[in-house]
Every structure is written in structure tokens, then in C-alpha cells.
Design a protein around this ligand. Structure first.
Ligand SMILES: Cc1cc2nc3c(=O)[nH]c(=O)nc-3n(C[C@H](O)[C@H](O)[C@H](O)COP(=O)(O)OP(=O)(O)OC[C@H]3O[C@@H](n4cnc5c(N)ncnc54)[C@H](O)[C@@H]3O)c2cc1C
Length: 478
């Protein structure tokens, strides 16, 4: 960054602009395996400041990587080409909640749980339910099209974005979408920015659809002596037809980790499903009984049903604890997010889970599998010793085999975490015929390629094990 640009940014932002090594290090990684240092960190307070920063970056051709809470698992917020990391967390106002319009208007730095706490008092929700709900920002969620366990019934973030205010890579401020529930007025540009991972512009305001909270909830904890039977139960429930509000699968590695981590008391079996239904009271009672019958017919070995929030809340907690709990699975091993977010057609969940186990055994690497089975979205977490090169090599081979399997099952390499760096080479395989058009859109909006460069289809390496954050070497005396 030139001296001139540095001075201009300092004048504009004062203490909200820094090039200190400590700050740059703090912003050099997210929840992925990657690390790359930005040259500077800027923390804008409003849209006008964002616009001025972007105009400067465009003039001096310096990369900008927007960032929310930094909980992304694919390295999308890691500034692989350096430049400025734009921390959007200070823009965190809930501007309005109007249940009579069925939407709310928020700044991008609003945290998912904070928004839902406010919506709850009006009887409403934004039902994305990511596992990172306590931290994930709405801007980050829109940029990755995040979702969670309730997507089967309520959809993903994309389905809730009615309108956006965006600062384009030229610094121009653009409004897309509307404040209406429907519109047919031209290209749906608001949807283009969903899942764009900060490569097309910076989101400075979001108009989000909201839905009423359900009147009642009930859930079932269902045990299986074989993963195949759990997979069959999932397909049978959907085909019945019952559309649950969530249906989560956990394999035995995840069950063990949750039991050790939070003393969850889950049954020690090869696989469990945690199935939730919601809606009007009478319907919930009827549906949970149907779930029970279908699971029994599918070979469940034990079924516990409850409409007590204290009971099913603990099951959900156990499921949410899987990622952190796997961290304590073994003192030598660390969890790494490699092939972590595949999607397959619902009827192929069992095939995928069995395939992951075979890949794990063949490559001698522990792979824990869990996820949003109801919509076919499966998460795996690898447990390896990151100081051992051989562990990385075996893991990389397993990753490749997992993605090949998923694509052969007509699936996607990412259901909700995004591409960033971790999925980039495989996304190129999956979207081979669409890459040219994606690139044309990027070139048209961002001719100087300043917005989050080097990600998705711009990924230059054949490998995903690149620019790793292990070991964390940095000279703080610089
Ligand atoms: C324990 C754990 C559980 C998780 N569970 C889930 C889950 O269930 N479902 C799920 O979908 N994800 C999950 N995630 C991943 C992650 O939390 C979500 O994807 C989340 O939406 C990321 O939000 P963030 O604010 O942290 O974004 P960041 O990681 O900061 O950024 C993500 C991307 O958005 C871009 N970006 C951020 N703000 C803006 C903006 N204002 N304008 C333009 N671009 C922007 C960044 O450049 C980057 O490309 C989980 C992560 C963890 C650690």
C-alpha cells in the first residue's frame, strides 16, 4: 500500500484504521485451515465510509476482503492477496422490524442471535439457524448463503433476502431488490450477491423476510444399529410425506465427542437422528407420532419422543456441540475443516455416509460425519495431527475421494459454508460449464479485481492445502 493511500485512509478513519502486526495477525484467519496477513485493517461505521474506502482501493488497485465475525469455515474471509480487511462488525444496527410488512432492515454486522432475540418479542423469526448463531453476522450469512438445520422446511438465507444496499467495487452505492415480498421488475440482482463471498461488492444493508414463530415443537431422538437404516428412515419420512423442521444425523464419532464434551447422554450406537417437527399444536402431535411409526418401520432400535424444551433442547445442544467437542476427542489430534459441507440428494444420504466411512478407513484418517440429513447436507470433520506432513497427505487424498463420491452422487461440494479456498478446485469441477459466465459477471462489476481476489474460480492452486495456518509463525517485533 502506498504512503499516499495510507495517509488518506488514516485521515478518513482515524483509529478505525490500523496496520499493526497484532491487528493484522488477528484478522489473518477465520475458522478455516488458512492464514494470510492483510496489509491493513479498516473498520467502517457507515455506508459512506465504506464507499470512500472502496473508491481509494479501486484508485490504487489494492485488494479488499470484507469480513463479518470470521466464523466461515472455507477461508472466504482470509485475505489471500493481502490488501485491506474490511471489518463490518461496527455496522450492527437493527434499523427496523415491521411484522406488518413481514420484513426487517438490518446492517450487515448484526449477529444472527441478536436479531432473533429482537424478532422473538414480536412473535417472529429469521429461521436460518446456523450452528454459529451466537456469532455469525447477517452480512456473512448473506455472502455465503448460510443456513442450518431448519433449511428443509424454512429454506436458506437466499430465500429471505428481499433487498440489499451494496457498495460496488467502484465505490458506487447501489440499491437492489425491493421492500415488497414479491417483485418481477427486472434481473433479481439481490440474489446475485447472495453467495458471492465478497467478490462483487460490500453489503451495507439487508432487507430480510421474517416468518412467524411456530406455536408448538416436538422432537424425537432415534437410535439405529446401522447407518444405512438411519439413511432409509430419512428418505421414508420425507416420502411419507412429513416435512420436519429439522432432521440431524450424527455418527458414532460425533456421539462419543458430544458425550465427552458436554455430557450429553446420547445413546452409544452407530448412528442417531434428532428429528424436530413444528407448527400448530394438534398437527405437531400427529406428525411426531407419524415420525415414530416411520422410524420403527425403518428399523430404529430406540425412539425417545419429547415436547419438553429442556429435553429436546439438550439434544440440539449436543448436536451443536459436535464441532467444538471434536476438538477434545484426542489430545494429539486437531479438527480441520477440509471436505466439510457436501450436499447430496436426500435419498443418497446413507450412500454418502457409508462412502465417507470407507474413505476414512482406506486412508487411515478419522472422519466424523454429522449434518442436516433432511436436506442432504452432510458435514465431515477430519481429525489429524497438523504437525505431521503425512497426516495432511492422507487427508488430502481422502478429501479428493469424498468430493469425487459426492459429485458421482449428483451432489454439490458445498451446501451452506461456501467455496472460499477450501472448495475452490472442486467447485471448478462441479460448475465447469458456469465458470465462464461467473467470470464475465465478476469482470463487468470489478474490472480491477479488487474485491476478495484469488477465491472461488480464481483459485490458482491445484491443491487445497495451501497457505495453511499451522504452524502460526509471525514476528510481532516487526
Ligand atoms: C461452530 C461453527 C458452526 C457453524 N455452523 C454453520 C451452520 O450450521 N450453517 C452455516 O451455513 N454455516 C455454519 N458455520 C460457518 C459460518 O459460521 C457461517 O457461514 C456464517 O454465515 C459466516 O458468517 P461470518 O459473519 O462469520 O462471516 P465471515 O466468515 O466473516 O465472512 C464470510 C464471507 O462473507 C464475506 N462478507 C462478510 N461480510 C460481508 C459484507 N458485509 N459484504 C460482503 N461480503 C461480506 C466475507 O468476505 C467472506 O467471503 C459454522 C461455523 C462454526 C465455526
Amino acid at each position: 500500500m502506498s504512503e499516499e493511500m495510507f495517509k488518506e485512509l488514516q485521515e478518513l478513519l482515524g483509529e478505525n484504521f490500523t496496520t499493526s502486526t497484532a491487528a493484522r495477525y488477528a484478522y489473518s484467519s477465520d475458522a478455516s485451515i488458512y492464514r494470510a496477513m492483510p496489509d491493513a485493517v479498516a473498520r467502517p461505521m457507515n455506508t459512506e465510509e465504506v464507499s470512500k474506502i472502496v473508491k481509494l482501493a479501486n484508485k490504487y488497485k489494492v485488494p479488499i476482503t470484507p469480513r463479518g465475525a470470521g466464523t466461515g469455515l472455507c477461508g472466504a474471509a482470509v485475505p489471500i492477496k493481502g490488501g485491506i480487511t474490511l471489518d463490518m462488525q461496527a455496522m450492527n444496527k437493527i434499523k427496523s422490524i415491521t411484522p406488518e410488512n413481514l420484513f426487517c432492515i438490518v446492517e450487515p454486522g448484526v449477529i444472527y442471535d441478536h436479531l432473533n432475540n429482537e424478532l422473538k418479542s414480536a412473535g417472529y423469526q429469521f429461521p436460518g439457524s446456523p450452528g454459529s448463531a451466537e456469532a455469525a453476522n447477517i452480512g456473512g450469512m448473506v455472502s455465503l448463503n448460510a443456513s442450518g438445520m431448519r433449511a428443509i422446511k424454512y429454506g436458506a438465507t437466499r430465500d429471505y433476502v428481499l433487498g440489499l444496499e451494496v457498495v460496488l467495487p467502484t465505490g458506487e452505492i447501489m440499491k437492489v431488490g425491493t421492500h415488497t415480498l414479491k417483485n418481477s421488475s427486472g434481473y433479481q440482482l439481490e440474489k446475485l450477491f447472495v453467495g458471492s463471498e465478497g467478490t462483487l461488492g460490500i453489503i451495507t444493508e439487508v432487507t430480510l423476510k421474517i416468518v412467524a414463530l411456530p406455536k408448538a415443537v416436538a422432537a424425537a431422538l432415534v437410535s439405529f444399529d446401522k447407518v444405512e437404516k438411519a439413511g432409509q428412515a430419512i428418505s421414508n419420512i420425507i416420502a411419507h410425506p412429513i416435512i420436519p423442521s429439522s432432521m440431524e444425523i450424527m455418527d458414532n464419532t460425533c456421539i462419543t465427542a458430544a458425550n465427552r464434551g458436554i455430557d450429553a447422554g446420547l445413546p452409544d450406537v452407530p448412528a442417531i437422528l434428532i428429528i424436530e417437527v413444528d407448527g400448530p399444536i394438534e398437527e405437531v402431535g400427529r406428525e411426531i407420532r407419524q415420525v415414530e411409526e416411520v422410524c420403527k418401520a425403518s428399523g430404529a432400535t430406540e425412539i425417545i419422543v419429547s415436547d419438553d424444551k429442556a429435553v429436546y433442547g439438550l439434544w440440539h445442544e449436543a448436536r451443536k456441540s459436535v464441532l467444538p467437542a471434536l476438538g477434545g476427542y484426542s489430545p494429539e489430534l486437531k479438527i480441520v475443516s477440509l471436505a466439510d459441507d457436501m450436499g447430496v440428494p436426500i435419498s443418497r444420504v446413507a450412500q454418502a455416509v457409508i462412502g465417507f466411512k470407507e474413505i476414512s478407513d482406506r486412508n487411515k484418517v478419522i472422519i466424523a460425519t454429522y449434518g442436516h440429513a433432511s436436506d442432504g447436507n452432510l458435514h465431515t470433520k477430519f481429525l489429524i495431527d497438523p504437525s505431521k506432513e503425512d497426516d495432511w497427505k492422507r487427508a488430502e487424498k481422502a478429501v479428493e475421494e469424498i468430493y469425487d463420491l459426492v459429485l458421482s452422487l449428483d451432489g454439490t461440494v458445498t451446501g451452506e459454508h461456501g467455496v472460499g479456498m477450501a472448495k475452490a478446485p472442486y467447485m471448478k469441477k462441479e460448475r465447469a460449464t458456469a465458470i465462464k459466465t461467473m467470470k464475465a459477471i465478476k469482470d463487468a462489476l470489478d474490472p480491477n479485481n479488487i474485491m476478495n481476489p484469488g477465491k472461488m474460480f480464481e483459485w490458482e492452486s491445484e491443491h487445497i492445502m495451501f497457505s495453511l495456518r499451522y504452524p502460526a509463525e509471525v514476528n510481532f517485533d516487526e
